[in-house]
Ligand binder design. Structure first.
Ligand SMILES: C[S@@+](CC[C@H](N)C(=O)[O-])C[C@H]1O[C@@H](n2cnc3c(N)ncnc32)[C@H](O)[C@@H]1O
Length: 237
């Protein structure tokens, strides 16, 4: 699993060009994938949402657009320069008054037990140094009946793999290296995507961390997957 110090400093290096690189390298699909995530979250009308590994805050902002102003959204990340990008975007858009950003490690969340209704983590699970510990922390801070939503790269459908892996391994690191000036960061991206477990393995890990009703939905030919799960208890919600 990734070394947290290396992950932190890598995101610190690419923070300023992170959004631009995302849009370019995904052809804008990253925005659509986050919209799917947000649609899933808002179904339960949560009052308190934590967006883990929030990075430059795009999921937190997308949630803010779709939830009432009374809903509290916290974007949390352990990389200060990524949070600085998020804070910069918030300062330019006063409508995001219900979003706050906090520094915090997903493996030791600075949050009390059962303190939130929903947790999101987009393109973050792959970067955690200890996935099981991270998932157990998410379980701890969710209230019973609360929901976890994971958006992450996955394995594309078989017929699409050749083309996709050619792009991921051959084209993407060069394009990203040119755009961000940091090719090693995108070599890391392609390695972690290639080595990430299947949807069924991730579902098993989520269940092993104490969650129930685990579902996995492939998006865009399976390039990414949206997992949802519930912390048991809390009656009917
Ligand atoms: C690929 S970015 C995803 C950012 C954002 N969620 C998005 O959708 O664009 C991954 C983020 O995970 C953060 N991260 C990695 N490990 C973390 C940890 N243990 N605790 C908190 N944040 C972490 C990194 O700092 C980085 O900002």
């Amino acid at each position: 699993m990734p070394d947290p110090t290396a992950v932190n400093s890598m995101f610190a290096r690419i923070a300023r060009r992170y959004d631009f690189a995302n849009r370019l390298l995904s052809g804008g699909m990253d925005v659509r994938w986050r919209k799917h995530l947000v649609e899933a979250v808002i179904k339960a009308s949560p009052d308190a949402v934590i967006d883990l590994a929030t990075g430059s805050g795009d999921v937190a902002f997308a949630l803010s657009r779709r939830l009432p102003a009374t809903a509290k959204i916290i974007g949390m990340d352990f990389c200060r320069p990524m949070l600085d990008e998020a804070e910069g975007k918030k300062a330019a858009a006063p409508e995001f008054g219900n979003v706050t950003f906090r520094e915090g490690d997903a493996l030791a969340l600075p949050l009390t037990d059962a303190s939130c209704d929903a947790i999101t983590i987009a393109f973050g699970l792959r970067n955690l140094a200890d996935r099981d510990r991270g998932l157990r922390e998410m379980h701890r801070v969710l209230r019973p009946g609360g929901t976890l939503h994971i958006l992450e790269f996955s394995q594309p459908h078989r017929w699409f793999r050749g083309l996709y892996y050619f792009y991921l391994r051959r084209l993407l690191p060069s394009i990203a290296g040119w755009v961000t000036g940091d090719r090693p960061a995108y070599d890391y991206l392609n390695q972690t995507i290639g080595g990430f477990p299947s949807r069924s393995e991730i579902s098993r890990e989520v269940q092993a961390a104490g969650f129930s009703q685990v579902t996995a939905r492939p998006l865009t030919f399976g390039i990414v997957a949206l997992h949802a799960a519930t912390k048991p208890g809390g009656g009917v919600s």
